[in-house]
Write a protein that binds this ligand. Structure first.
Ligand code: NAD
Length: 277
């Protein structure tokens, strides 16, 4: 059984914590006694969520802006304490075919999902290294180990997060600072609105991703895939020759899930939000 007593008193920063996986993680960790700071580009929602749950700190943070990120972390260390865990969670997932993706959206996906994670890891690390302790947890996706039509730029961004995080884990192996990646399957948050999960892959609840992150903090490891079944399927498919693996993915419906199978009306509010941040 997981010994969650290690969570008590830890200072945990979560980016993109206003809603979804970030908020579920903050809530789970708070219940175990962690001190929580959530930052989000959506200032109104982060304040609403932070007030409702009584987190130690909450406020505006744009992970693509070094000054904003740095001053948020400074404020956490000043008013809550030295950061033990940084969860780089903020991310967006606009869907559609590549030729239809406006270039500013392509850049924004990379800016938030990749540069934001690199920047956060660098700023977190700079604070943790002198203390010889700390844990940076980067939220990737099973999309970081697979390739899904309709998500080309997003896939690229999550492949990048995995390669980046694995590299840091080796680069800072003896530093006392840990690095982990989290690979959720399709999860029931606004980001997945209007998308039907491929066959055999039930969508996860954000609380399951939160539980996996709790497990990582208690017993650090390089990566965790959620759900376990989706993780096994994607690893096995990844080992097969492309022609076989792609055929299986198509048979499960992955070829259409993020394109013509999308419920456009259900997804509209999310696409509008993601394309405007
Ligand atoms: P969400 O849209 O519910 O929450 C993401 C939050 O990030 C939002 O509150 C948004 O305002 C914030 N954000 C966006 N740009 C930001 C920026 N520049 N600075 C700070 N905050 C910013 O999405 P979610 O499903 O909770 O996703 C969280 C993470 O999990 C993302 O990295 C996502 O790619 C990943 N993920 C999600 C799923 C899924 O199906 N929901 C699956 C795999 C991985």
């Amino acid at each position: 059984m997981t010994d969650t007593s290690k969570i008590r008193g830890k200072v945990v920063v979560i980016t993109g914590g206003a809603r979804g996986i970030g908020l579920a993680t903050a809530t789970a960790l708070q219940a175990l006694g962690a001190k929580i700071a959530i930052g989000d580009i959506d200032e109104a929602t982060v304040k609403e969520s932070g007030t409702a749950r009584g987190f130690e700190l909450y406020g505006k943070l744009d992970v693509t802006d070094p000054a904003s990120f740095e001053s948020f972390l400074d404020e956490v260390e000043r008013s809550v304490g030295p950061i033990d865990v940084l969860v780089n969670n903020a991310g967006i997932m606009p869907t559609g075919k590549l030729v239809d993706e406006p270039d500013q959206i392509t850049r924004r996906i990379l800016d938030i999902n990749v540069y934001g994670v690199i920047l956060g890891s660098k700023l977190g690390l700079a604070r943790m290294l002198p203390r010889k302790r700390g844990h940076v947890i980067n939220i990737a996706s099973l999309a970081g180990e697979t390739h899904i039509p309709g998500l080309a730029t997003y896939n690229a961004s999550k492949h990048a997060v995995l390669g980046f995080t694995d590299t840091l884990r080796e680069e800072y192996r003896d530093s006392g600072v840990r690095f982990s990646s989290v690979l959720p399957t399709l999860t029931n948050t606004e980001l997945g609105a209007g998308v039907t999960a491929p066959k055999l892959l039930r969508p996860a609840e954000p609380e399951e991703i939160a539980d996996a992150i709790v497990g990582l903090i208690v017993a650090p490891k390089s990566k965790v895939r959620v759900t376990a079944v989706a993780g096994i399927i994607s690893q096995v498919v990844g080992l097969l020759p492309d022609v076989v693996g792609d055929g299986i993915a198509r048979a499960l419906g992955a070829g259409h899930a993020f394109l013509d199978d999308v419920d456009v009306a259900k997804r509209k509010a999310y696409e509008d939000r993601a394309r405007s941040v």
